[in-house]
Write a protein that binds this ligand. Structure first.
Ligand SMILES: C[S@@+](CC[C@H](N)C(=O)[O-])C[C@H]1O[C@@H](n2cnc3c(N)ncnc32)[C@H](O)[C@@H]1O
Length: 350
């Protein structure tokens, strides 16, 4: 079949179709007039966007859709290939359409995707399709559990690509090596980390409780003039990566401890200008500890998960119950946790 939308020379078209070239009617315009003619063709809806305009010597050839008063010739054009860009476009006739995953998370070169149980048998196809659509992805892993336990980790099952779970993630001028199965890490929080670094003043001494593989301490060290940053993390694997990430990012003013904040922080014998508490479900339990290592004016950022209807009252109440004199500075939504439930950060001073 000849797929021109305007009369052309059929026999030649058949041959050229195999070469992905198409004979098309077009207007021949001197280069100098090309822009104004293109504009007119677009305005009159006669510019054929399906083909790539041709430039030869001093002329430009614009493929057209129908007759025009301008000088018309026939030329060979390459068709613009519209490649599918989403899982849905590629898989719509192969996998039940309403169950095709709409999104996925990318940690370094690993795509992490949720696959409904009903389409479990298609997981390899889904994984391979993702690899073919995104050249920067080398591993596709499906979520095999929810975040669980004290380390807030989740099981991952590789469904396509290389057989590894370690990767290097880049954000905010920082490189973070990690295994997203053995350590908590969320690329979705990079904007929130950016927000925090914009608040930091030169020479601050900062405590990051629950520091994971080091995203907050290292992002702060690389992007601010903070004097000293201390991170405390209980998961030995996350701590190991965090130490490695200090070297990877060549930061010198971060000190990391592996252990329970309840044991490590009191022994630091320090007061902090700023304290970060990125442990949404239970951070409030550590408020007395944060208060212990604060001075007048210390700023605390505490994270929480809240239903829309409870924002901001519930998180203010949690803070005021422990620290009645707290001065609330800001409350921001920094991501959705589940339908109707949000990750919230409350900034306050003591
Ligand atoms: C939600 S993750 C945040 C990690 C990191 N700040 C980030 O943004 O990627 C919470 C972290 O707190 C750690 N954690 C939980 N309880 C802890 C405790 N009592 N002392 C130190 N770390 C703890 C977990 O192992 C986990 O890595």
């Amino acid at each position: 079949m000849i797929k021109t939308s305007f009369p052309s020379t059929p026999a030649i078209n058949i041959i050229n179709h195999l070469m992905f070239l198409w004979f098309m009617k077009c207007v021949k315009v001197p280069k100098k007039k090309a822009e104004s003619v293109k504009k007119k063709l677009i305005e009159s809806n006669n510019f054929n966007f399906e083909y790539i305009p041709l430039v030869e010597n001093d002329y430009v050839y614009f493929p057209i859709k129908f007759k025009t008063d301008l000088p018309v010739v026939e030329k060979e054009f390459k068709k613009i290939e519209k490649k599918p860009t989403s899982l849905k476009e590629v898989l719509k006739n192969k996998v039940p359409e309403d169950l095709i995953p709409k999104g996925f998370e990318v940690v370094g070169d690993i795509a992490i995707i949720e696959i409904p149980e009903e389409i479990k048998n298609y997981e390899s196809l889904i994984g391979k399709t993702l690899l073919s659509l995104h050249k920067n992805i080398k591993v596709v892993a499906k979520k095999a559990s929810h975040y669980e336990g004290q380390f807030r980790t989740r099981k991952l099952k590789i469904i396509a690509g290389e057989n590894r779970k370690e990767t290097i993630h880049k954000e905010n001028n920082v490189r973070l090596k990690l295994n997203p199965e053995t350590c908590y890490f969320s690329p979705r929080l990079s904007t929130e980390r950016r927000r925090i670094i914009d608040l930091i003043q030169p020479n601050e001494i900062i405590l990051v409780m629950f520091s994971g593989v080091g995203p907050y301490p290292i992002t702060i060290a690389k992007n601010t003039q903070a004097k000293e940053i201390i991170g405390v993390e209980i998961n030995p694997d996350a701590h190991k990566y965090a130490e490695e990430n200090l070297k990877l990012n060549k930061v010198k003013n971060v000190k990391l401890y592996n252990g329970d904040v309840n044991e490590v922080v009191p022994k630091l014998n320090k007061k902090f200008d700023r304290i970060l508490m990125p442990l949404p479900k239970t951070a409030e339990e550590f408020l007395p500890l944060a208060l212990e290592v604060s001075h007048t004016g210390t700023i605390i950022h505490m994270y929480d998960f809240l239903h829309e209807k409870d924002i901001p009252d519930k998180v203010i109440e949690k803070v005021k119950n422990v620290i009645p004199k707290a001065k609330i500075l800001n409350i921001v939504k920094c991501g959705q946790y589940s339908p109707g439930k949000f990750r919230v950060c409350i900034d306050f001073s003591v």
